[in-house]
Design a protein around this ligand. Structure first.
Ligand code: HPA
Length: 269
């Protein structure tokens, strides 16, 4: 996918916020408007506006009324649409279950690794169609620079945040069994969710900077005595929405208008 240009000049860079469960509004966006972006993978509706000198695109991953389940999200269209609009830096949020009893609901985590347990998703832009086989480095999937910005912002806002965590992604939409939660924890996972992959992979393939903040909404299956329910996930998200929104928007305010040329731009080879 080529870099878009306007009248021969590189298009202005933009930032995106991808909102997970409970993050359906772009609260601080000024002069907000809605755009339909056509990509080769499908049409995506984006909200665009301005915030602190940035052009910011907002994309609620599950749709505005949480109508798209995790396994039906068109991840490739979403990432392609953002890239086509000139987005180079993405901050995402995820509601997650905790795989550790010492990480209770309400904990914020800046992800640094993932383990992929999905199996039924379109997870690459490189399908071999143009006779190219591409393997993308995934050693550090989340942009270290964006992660630092989020951590520094959290410190300045006085927010408690965990500076790293490994995200296990399942296909869903069901929750896990107690045995899966035990197994994922033993494998090195800290939290579990259903949407972080392949989003982060596709961002890496496009050479975009991408970081994700996870909010623990519940202890994983079997770690708590109550059965898991989406209502509880939503309730926890609502309770923590102000903290999460402040962290996101204040982080965006601190991002450079043009990202450093060395950052995350290397694509697969
Ligand atoms: N499992 C998977 N996804 C989730 C959970 C969970 O326990 N909580 C919020 N998203």
């Amino acid at each position: 996918m080529g870099r878009m240009t306007v009248m021969g000049r590189p298009r202005e860079e933009a930032v995106a916020i991808i909102g997970g469960t409970g993050v359906y509004q772009a609260e601080r966006l000024e002069n907000a408007a809605t755009e339909q972006v056509r990509t080769e993978y499908g049409v995506v509706e984006l909200t665009v506006g301005r915030w602190k000198g940035h052009t910011v695109y907002f994309l609620p991953r599950h749709g505005r009324g949480h109508s798209i389940p995790p396994h039906r999200i068109n991840y490739r269209a979403n990432l392609a649409a953002l890239a086509e609009q000139g987005v180079t830096q993405i901050l995402a949020t995820s509601a997650v279950g905790s795989l550790r009893s010492d990480w209770p609901a309400g904990r914020l985590v800046v992800l640094d690794q993932f383990i992929d347990f999905t199996s039924r998703r379109e997870a690459t832009f490189y399908d071999g169609e143009d006779d190219r086989v591409v393997h993308t480095d995934m050693t550090n999937p989340y942009c270290p620079r964006l992660r630092e910005v989020i951590l520094k912002t959290a410190a300045d806002l006085g927010l408690d945040i965990t500076e790293s965590g490994c995200y296990v992604c399942t296909d869903g939409p069901r929750f896990e069994t107690a045995a899966e939660v035990r197994a994922f924890g033993r494998l090195g996972g800290d939290v579990v969710g259903m949407t972080g992959v392949p989003e982060v992979i596709l961002a890496r393939e496009l050479g975009l900077c991408y970081a994700a903040v996870a909010l623990v909404t519940n202890l994983g299956a079997g770690l708590s005595t109550t059965p898991l329910a989406h209502d509880e996930v939503s309730r926890q998200m609502q309770e923590n929405a102000d903290r999460l929104q402040s962290l996101l928007w204040e982080s965006v305010a601190r991002l450079p208008l043009v990202r450093p040329s060395s950052c995350c731009q290397q694509r697969g080879a």
